[in-house]
Design a protein around this ligand. Structure first.
Ligand code: TMP
Length: 261
């Protein structure tokens, strides 16, 4: 299977065609953006860590029966995924109130929610991904009721699984963003989990200290983003506990390997 032309470039990833029509390559960039692209930078090694962390989480989700787009990781920055038609909704799942909800509704930061709260945002950068009601999804045919019912069931299982997975390694899953897509095969369309799950798309706090181990380090100028993402990867058992290999070193190693070929 060969890598083809660029199909789409987003803020943190690029999608390339392959010789197999149903598969594409997802490339993780080092670019970091926040506040709808108003704040941007490049953080060397971020893409490498997100590729590994997302692969780990999505393959674990597969094992509990959550169908998703991941086929396999190809290398440090790329994975083969199933080509889907993305549902234009960002599904935000909150266990603890922080971030935009605290400002929007005046809720105290850190309030533990009685039940997971699902919010819907229209995926449209030009409009700044506005919050919408579930009814808007049906009014404008962004997805069917059947699709959203299925997505909601998947979200609650994903949330339960991820809360447990992170709790086991001393991390609180505060909130996260998911995207789903329609995978079409044999004339049928099936909704599956897509995009990525990584510290770029989750809020992750250390269970004891509440230290932020996610993209809020960039959003809030806290610094040390790579050490935080590396810590998440190490705790999940993706990078060896005793290894001091930073993502930056990993990037360098991979480029050395490429040059030698
Ligand atoms: P928020 O508090 O800014 O609405 O973010 C909620 C969660 O969704 C948080 O884990 C960050 C994630 N998120 C994204 O992954 N992409 C986005 O564009 C936004 C706004 C949030």
């Amino acid at each position: 299977m060969k890598k083809g032309k660029k199909l789409y470039e987003g803020k943190a990833k690029i999608i390339y065609a392959t010789t197999d029509k149903s598969l594409v390559i997802q490339y993780f960039k080092d670019d970091a953006t926040a506040f709808n692209n108003q704040k941007k930078t490049t953080i060397e090694g971020k893409g490498v860590l997100n590729n590994r962390i997302s692969e780990h989480i999505l393959s674990n989700l597969s094992q509990i029966g959550i169908k998703n787009h991941l086929v396999k990781r190809l290398n440090m920055r790329e994975q083969i995924i199933k080509l889907v038609e993305i549902i234009p909704i960002e599904f935000i799942v909150r266990n603890v109130a922080t971030g935009s909800i605290t400002k929007r509704l005046g809720i105290e930061d850190g309030t533990i929610l009685k039940e997971p709260l699902i919010e819907y945002c229209l995926k449209d950068d030009k409009l700044g991904d506005p919050l919408i009601a579930e009814e808007h999804i049906y009014a404008f045919d962004w997805a069917t009721k059947k699709e959203i019912e299925k997505v909601k069931k998947m979200i609650l299982r994903i949330n339960d699984f991820m809360i447990g997975m992170f709790r086991g390694v001393g991390i609180k899953l505060i909130d996260f963003k998911l995207e789903f897509g329609r995978f079409k095969s044999n004339g049928k369309s099936e909704v599956i989990l897509a995009d990525e799950i990584s510290p770029d798309t989750c809020r992750l706090w250390d269970s004891i200290t509440d230290k932020k181990l996610d993209k809020d380090r960039f959003r809030k100028d806290l610094g040390d983003l790579i050490p935080a993402y590396t810590e998440v990867a190490k705790r999940l058992g993706i990078l060896h506990e005793q290894s001091n290999v930073s993502a930056v070193n990993i990037t360098k190693l991979s480029s050395v390997k490429r040059k030698r070929k």
